[in-house]
Write a protein that binds this ligand. Structure first.
Ligand code: SF4
Length: 325
């Protein structure tokens, strides 16, 4: 593993091994073909002890020689010099001060952050360099840094988002076993809103037959509105390679009655069928309006990705040629 300093296990993190590495750079360019509305990201951790069964980032663990199943949850790479390298990257003369997204690949406030405390240094480096930032997390440890983020927001735009999609406690423990409870995450949204942040809640993934009934969606949106969020981004589950095998194996064990339906939906695609996504939007939009929340659909949709890929290809295509003799 490049830059490996040491691998450690501690009694407070049963079953988890931390691989501490020295990163060479940390402000990474997001591929142009991505449909995401930002171009730069920082991920201080690779792998995530939140262990969501459906996690789309699982496949990225393969590149480290780990598997995308249990290793993703238990072999966590920690870029211990993240703050120092961020300061160096952000001090480059070529740095354009575009928004940097935190929490795009793995969760920056996963449990490891309690041990390593990398985020305060990163937030400070971004704020001091005049760089806007966005944070997306399921972690309640975000509360520790809210005063620092509020301070940063005096100088640069700061967007906070929380991912909360399962409102049934039993299902939440089964499918997101390493995450804080839904109630604790909603309390974190409330704490951020009370400090003046306009918080977005990602209701993603909405899982067919597991979390998508009108009653479940109604309860979720109501609780999000009560917590003081301003906007909801919602989307149906997608299952890419890596996540798909892990999720379907979980489903076979926990909900065999749904296995056939899921294989019909996701057998040959990473995305839920278009008709299902349209039906979901038809359920969500009126609900959001009723609860005074602004809604935004998930940008990770096949149609949006295709358009982004086309734009990226057009941007890199050679222009008209001028030949001089
Ligand atoms: S919190 Fe996010 S990054 Fe971590 S396992 Fe869950 S979905 Fe993946």
């Amino acid at each position: 593993m490049p830059g490996l300093v040491r691998s450690v296990r501690t009694p407070e993190f049963q079953g988890v091994t931390f691989h501490e590495v020295m990163a060479k750079s940390i402000v990474n360019r997001v591929p142009d073909a991505s449909s995401m509305p930002f171009h730069w990201a920082i991920n201080p951790y690779r792998g995530c002890s939140h262990a969501c069964v459906y996690c789309f980032a699982r496949k990225t663990h393969d590149y480290l020689g780990f598997d995308s199943g249990a290793d993703f949850d238990q072999q966590v790479v920690v870029k211990v010099n993240a703050a120092e390298v961020a300061r160096k990257d952000l001090a480059r003369r070529s740095w354009g001060h575009e928004l940097v997204a935190l929490g795009t690949n793995t969760d920056p406030y996963q449990r490891a952050e309690g041990r390593y405390g990398l985020m305060p240094g990163i937030i400070t480096a971004l704020a001091e360099s005049g760089t806007p930032m966005s944070v997306l997390t399921k972690g309640t440890l975000l509360r520790r840094d809210l005063p620092l983020l509020a301070d940063a927001a005096q100088h640069v735009p700061v967007d906070l988002s929380s991912s909360i999609a399962v409102f049934d406690d039993e299902l939440q423990k089964a499918i997101e076993p390493g995450t804080p409870s839904t109630a604790a995450r909603l309390a974190t949204v409330r704490a951020a809103a009370d400090l003046g942040f306009r918080v977005t809640v990602f209701v993603m993934p909405i899982m067919p037959w597991l979390t998508d009934s009108p009653e479940q969606l109604e309860e979720g949106v109501r609780r999000i509105a009560e917590a003081g969020a301003s906007e909801v981004m919602y989307g149906a589950l997608h299952l890419r390679q890596g996540a798909k095998e892990w999720f379907l194996a979980w489903l076979d064990r926990e909900h065999p009655e749904l296995a056939e339906g899921y294989r019909r939906f996701y057998g040959s695609s990473s995305y839920a069928p278009k008709g299902y996504r349209a039906q979901l939007a038809a359920r969500m939009e009126p609900l959001l309006g009723r609860h005074g929340l602004r809604g935004a659909p998930d940008l990770d949709q096949p149609e949006v990705r295709r358009a982004a890929r086309r734009r990226a290809e057009e941007a890199t295509a050679p222009g008209p040629q001028l030949t001089l003799f």
